[in-house]
Design a protein around this ligand. Structure first.
Ligand code: SAM
Length: 245
């Protein structure tokens, strides 16, 4: 998968060199390229923002450097025949979730446009619809200073779903949100620690019992912490034992 990120703080994205995403880049599984928006400015001061029309606080990112940067990214796209997907991080976007991460992980070329200040001139986003599938996406219902943190989160969530990024693909199966529920509690050695023992069933060696215990824990935890998720879990996926829990 090819990922391009455009930002006025390219150093912010240095974390994409680390850990599993960094290794996937080294191995050629992910081709991540970070671009400095300021290199697409044409004035001496490398200006990327200006005051908002209509007044109000803050500054707005100018459309011209965005158009030049995005044109350059399209021109270098490995998927020339198709439209890359342009993710525009924004608190006014659709909220990112695991289903969206799966959907994005199936695409060949993602481009991220990191806004700053009060955001990007809307005409740049409209113009981009001619070359990209444009998707404004929010990390959650709060406001960050810029899109970079959102991009780090999204690239990690999407990247780890790409075959070859996570060593053991089975670890992706039983995770929070993989089946609409939260994950069950997990434990490691020692079995007794500071007066706390792990649940006995985990030492039983009985895989069916362990699976049932985990399923009940998933259901209970989801009901306690995220009851909103239960509405989306199809009744068919819940066994009578889950329902009792
Ligand atoms: N004035 C904008 C609004 O109220 O919708 C917020 C601008 S915010 C200070 C600057 C940039 O941070 C945004 O353009 C976006 O790139 C990023 N950002 C802020 N909150 C975000 C969120 N919840 N999800 C994704 N990106 C966010």
């Amino acid at each position: 998968m090819r990922i391009d990120v455009v930002s006025i703080f390219p150093e912010y994205l240095a974390a994409l060199d680390l850990s599993l995403i960094g290794k996937a880049r080294q191995d050629g599984v992910l081709d991540v390229r970070v671009h400095d928006l300021r290199t697409f400015t044409t004035d001496r001061h490398r200006t990327v923002d200006d005051t908002p029309y209509g007044g109000g606080a803050g500054m707005v990112m100018k459309p011209e450097p965005w158009a030049l940067a995005l044109e350059a990214v399209v021109a270098a796209s490995p998927t020339a025949a198709r439209r890359p997907t342009l993710i525009v991080p924004s608190p006014a976007g659709a909220v990112f979730n695991q289903a969206m991460a799966h959907e994005l992980a199936g695409l060949d070329h993602l481009v991220f446009a990191c806004g700053r200040y009060e955001g990007i001139d809307e005409r740049a986003i409209d113009w981009a619809r001619g070359q990209f599938d444009v998707r404004p996406v929010s990390l959650g219902d709060y406001v960050l200073n810029g899109g970079e943190v959102a991009v780090l989160a999204m690239v990690e969530a999407v990247g780890r779903l790409i075959p070859g990024v996570v060593g053991n693909p089975e670890s992706l199966v039983e995770e929070s949100h993989s089946d609409g529920l939260l994950e069950y509690p997990v434990y490691t050695k020692p079995s007794s620690w500071r007066g706390r023992d792990i649940p006995e069933v985990l030492l039983s060696g009985n895989h069916a019992k362990i699976a049932q215990w985990r399923r009940v824990e998933q259901f209970q935890r989801t009901a306690e912490r995220r009851p909103d998720l239960l509405a989306d879990v199809e009744a068919a996926t819940l066994s009578p034992a889950d329902m009792k829990a």
